[in-house]
Design a protein around this ligand. Structure first.
Ligand SMILES: [Zn+2]
Length: 149
């Protein structure tokens, strides 16, 4: 049967700092991120099912991504876990929402992490096809399942 891709778009505000980076992004600064989540599957063909004709209810996809990504990262400061205790403590005093990531919080590493977090919560008959994470109006990273088999 035909396979169809569905995409849903999300937005969140997040700040980060890139430890050891040789440019301005080593300082704490924020972005209005846009995340596009594309899944793939076959539309359900069952007249007696409430989701007849759908690959996945957009509402179900929204709930998964909100719970796993948006609610977790929105209005947070994300810094590498390898920052010094003094830095962690200092930022911790300035915000209630801080995430110490096990990686440098670049657009590339974030999207890779998001792909894993979203993938494992999708129903068995649905696959994550791709993600696109826009960090600015002109810069984005893309993750494709086909690039990572
Ligand atoms: Zn940045």
């Amino acid at each position: 049967m035909t396979r169809i891709r569905l995409t849903k778009e999300f937005k969140f505000e997040m700040s980060h700092a890139l430890k050891g980076y040789d440019g301005l992004c080593k300082n704490i600064h924020g972005h209005s991120y846009k995340l596009r989540v594309t899944i793939i599957g076959e539309p359900l063909n069952n007249q007696n099912h409430p989701k007849n004709g759908m690959v996945m209810d957009f509402g179900d996809l929204k709930r998964i991504v909100n719970r796993e990504i948006i609610d977790v990262y929105d209005h947070t400061v994300v810094i590498s876990n390898s920052e010094s205790d003094a830095v962690k403590e200092g930022i911790g005093k300035a915000t209630e929402r801080i995430i110490f990531s096990p990686y440098q919080p670049t657009c590339e590493n974030l999207i890779d992490d998001f792909a894993e977090k979203i993938s494992k919560h999708l129903p068995d008959n649905i696959s994550l096809y791709s993600l696109r994470l826009d960090e600015t109006a002109s810069s984005y990273a893309e993750w494709y399942a086909s690039d990572n088999v």
